[in-house]
Ligand binder design. Structure first.
Ligand SMILES: Cc1ncc(C[n+]2csc(CCOP(=O)(O)OP(=O)(O)O)c2C)c(N)n1
Ligand SMILES: [Mg+2]
Length: 331
């Protein structure tokens, strides 16, 4: 990575971390009413994806989508306003945290039903292939999604047709409160399942931004070269509760030493440290980036709070309009 790329990577990492810290801070005020699934601790994969792709490469995501949306360059004001349920939000306040989208940067949407955006991402890859585009479809999902039928059907089709799809599996070892042990047979490696389906597979340290950048860039190149659909299993870890702004370590479903081990592998702090140590970026450059990011987050929150809510007719969509209209007409 050159200096410019390192700067951009740090900006993305810091933005994702701080935007989510800000959500965690304001959430208890009660003005954000939708559930939120934060990715604090999982910033490296989304930041690297953003750096390795362009707005012509299209991404889809899951319930835990803030980081993917921001990594892809989605509007910060649009995201916060969406969380606050305001009409200025990226889906005009109708979708909330789990339904972010920003087509202007190729972030095509996210849905809360586990694995359900995977076939949509495969459909985007099929359309790219039919149109002979030199782009890829980026499909984000968690380890839990590999237990859903939709994953198998979509992966099979992508492998069969050699589609330019990148299956980006962020294995954070948990689905809600369940580790892999009660969910999948002992010894299974998710990446081996993907390989057996016929996808080209890689494993990566999902907390190392540079490694993530390299594997995603290489996978993109292979997919564009017509070598077929790619699957990357990234090992990473979420720091906060599955859904909500708090630490839930008191529940003890994750061992203290496991939690401590992953916290020590902080993807944002470790990247910062490395860039300073090897002289790629200076302390003052880092601080400049940090100030700009924090200012933009403060601006996005103020903007969101000051924005209006959608009109009821807009919030509830055409059915509301129709009913209201016919009720009025019958008078
Ligand atoms: C089809 C379906 N089943 C169950 C749920 C409830 N649910 C929401 S998130 C989640 C965990 C998914 O785990 P994983 O795919 O590993 O993603 P992570 O939350 O770890 O990022 C579950 C079970 C759902 N939303 N959809
Ligand atoms: Mg998971």
């Amino acid at each position: 990575m050159n200096t410019l790329q390192s700067k951009e990577m740090y900006e993305k990492l810091f933005l994702i971390r701080e935007a989510e810290q800000a959500i965690a801070r304001v959430y208890p005020e009660g003005e954000i009413r939708c559930p939120t699934h934060l990715s604090i601790g999982q910033e490296a994969v989304p930041a690297a994806m953003g750096l390795a792709t362009t707005s012509q490469d299209l991404a889809v995501s899951t319930h835990r989508c803030h980081a993917h949306y921001l990594g892809k360059g989605g509007s910060l004001r649009g995201m916060f306003a969406e969380l606050y349920g305001k009409v200025t939000g990226c889906t005009r306040g109708r979708g909330g945290s789990m339904h972010l989208m920003d087509e202007s940067v190729g972030f095509m949407g996210s849905t809360a039903i586990v694995a359900n955006s995977i076939p949509v991402g495969v459909g985007l890859a099929l359309s790219m292939q039919l149109k002979k585009q030199k782009n890829v479809s980026l499909i984000f999902f968690g380890d839990g999604a590999t237990e859903e039928g939709a994953f198998y059907e979509a992966a099979n089709f992508a492998a069969l047709r050699k589609l330019p799809a990148l299956f980006l599996c962020e294995n954070n070892l948990y689905s809600v409160y369940s580790s892999l042990k009660p969910r999948q047979p002992e010894g299974r490696k998710i990446v081996e399942v993907a390989k057996a389906i016929g996808l080209h597979t890689e494993i990566a340290n999902g907390n190392d931004a540079e490694e993530c950048f390299r594997v995603i860039s290489e996978a993109k190149q292979r997919a564009i070269n017509g070598e077929g659909a790619q699957f990357i299993e990234f090992f990473t870890y979420r720091w906060l509760e599955h859904c909500g702004p708090f630490i839930d370590q008191h529940l003890k479903y994750r061992a203290d030493d496991e939690f401590a081990k992953w916290k020590a592998m902080d993807p944002v702090a470790s990247f910062r440290e490395k860039m300073l140590k090897n002289g790629t970026l200076t302390e003052s450059q880092m601080m400049g980036i940090e100030k700009n990011v924090l200012d933009s987050i403060a601006d996005a929150i103020t903007f969101s709070k000051e924005s209006p809510y959608p009109e009821a007719s807009e919030a509830f969509g055409p059915i509301y309009k129709e009913r209201n209209h016919s009720a009025g007409a019958s008078k």
